[in-house]
Design a protein around this ligand. Sequence first.
Ligand code: ADP
Ligand code: MG
Length: 177
Amino acid sequence: MERALVIIKPDGMEKGIVGKVIACFEGVGLRVSGIKMARATKAVVGRHYIADRTWLMSVGKNAKAADAKRGIVTKETEMQIGMRIRSYLMNELTRRPVVAIVFEGENANSVARKMAGATEPRSADKNTVRGMYSTDTYQLADKEKRAIRNIVHVSDSPKSANREIKVWFRSSEIFSE
Ligand code: ADP
Ligand code: MG
């Protein structure tokens, strides 16, 4: 049985949709096996969004693609953009307490990511958590020099889930079937 980590980010907390978000993931067959509310420090967010070269480059690449669609050409490298967004995430995730949840199920990571939807809420499918509960865009986040507010973080593979879960939970706080 696979585990996935979901974090209800500060914007999801602000909107008062903790129950609704959990219901979405439970609705696609995932079961809660660990849950807590936590106020993250920048150090914890830094360990969660680890400065992994591949991830930083992919964030930079996506940002450049979004810029290009708007006809904007940036001088920043993909790596520099990745680092800048990682620092935005440290501010964003420490704005207010979050809820961290370990979900279990068959293919938990791909199932949870499908339910979460695309990174940019404005272009996320309407039947996804991000599409239903946020309308944020790359453009607005850029203008306000902050991370995109897309309600949830979802781990992207069993491997990253296992690493990320250790950032937020002790093994004694997870209850498997
Ligand atoms: P996902 O959360 O969909 O896996 P990423 O791992 O690429 O997306 O990025 C992590 C988080 O960083 C996103 O959920 C979003 O909050 C933020 N983010 C990503 N790209 C940008 C960007 N170009 N501008 C602002 N924030 C961004
Ligand atoms: Mg990601």
